[in-house]
Design a binder for this molecule. Sequence first.
Ligand SMILES: [Zn+2]
Length: 451
Amino acid sequence: MTSKLLCAAFILAALTLSITFSLQPDQQKVLLVSFDGFRWDYLYRVPTPHFHYVMKYGVHVKQVTNIFITKTYPNHYTLVTGLFAENHGIVANDMFDPILNKSFSLDTMNIYDSEFWEEATPIWITNQKAGHTSGAAMWPGTDVKIHESFPTHYMLYNESVSFEERVAKIIEWFTSKEPINLGLLYWEDPDDMGHHLGPDSPLMGPVISDIDNKLGYLIQMLKKANLWNTLNLIITSDHGMTQCSEERVIELDQYLDKEHYLLIDQSPVAAILPKEGKFDEVYEALAHAHPNMTVYKKEEIPERWHYKYNTRVQPIIAVADEGWYILQNKSEGLMLGNHGYDNALAEMHPIFLAHGPAFRKNFTKAAMNATDLYPLLCHLLGIPALPHNGSLSSVQDLLRPTAPRTVTHTQSPPPHHGSGKPGEHEQESNAYFIGVSLDTYCPVKYQQVFT
Ligand SMILES: [Zn+2]
């Protein structure tokens, strides 16, 4: 190995070390915010100055691949566990577990049975086991007892509690005598209005503007509490939304005798439990019933969905094409917007933005997986990550490199690298930092090493 190569290897190792070292204590605060159903391109539908403010002084990921099925509870549990649905066990908003012989239903808010949640351990529990405290304002699952624990502070779910009240609780917990290091904040829109109006409706413009104003309010309150520059704010969502229509409805009653099966979950992924001895009959009747519906026996579910290896996935699933709706019959009515479809579809993808001392500034990344958020959160909080399906190295480029603690620099780094509290108008100078590190370890210039 030439001296140049040896030198490059040493530099890369040193840079890796510098990134994987834990952050300064005042950098270890995280507020994770979810605006339910905020599709990735809503950012550009109408002016969203507050979202763009976060993008300018923070990071933005353009394409986030969430998990199948692209529903609310499965994806919110992925964000806090890093697991696919088949691994965390929240496989749908409406489920039946044949071993527990119990049902889980978002429609009836019958979601408080701990056993449904305990195939995984969410980050607030791991955070608290590491000696920290967490606070949750309505994030799905945070008012459920999981592995005998709740978040240190939490609010019982009540959709009539205003955004401002939820923000006030979060600020109170971050600024109390024993401050939390992890906050989770959830808001129901633009999902609710997206279902009601359909995402193509021009009336969605004011809905998106309202969310932007809510983000502006959150930023204002964080600044007032002196948290804006010390807290890592991550803004994301669970899924997008696509336009549906009364002309694109698949009625199961047209093909199946409803006495032969139970419909556990409906559109766009119908979860079908045939009654005893009726599997073949149900499958054959459904398999080629409609050109816009693909029917899978459980074992045939595509591997890329990471969806088949869980007892709560029913023996047959029928998946609608984008924009199509599966109903038992039309008397049930449909929503003009829906989600839950294939997670490869762009319209199912959410947003991802972040701002804070750990993040780079004015940095755009092309793509990430929703499962990568969990190891990133664990890294930011300085806590051990449990086994997960994500990758910290895939998202590490979102982070500012931190100064190695065990190395004496032969020249001083730029002042803001040591402070941990970047000012609002500082420019990202990652290239300069690499240059400093190279100068520290090796006499060659980085242009020579990496060309
Ligand atoms: Zn949702």
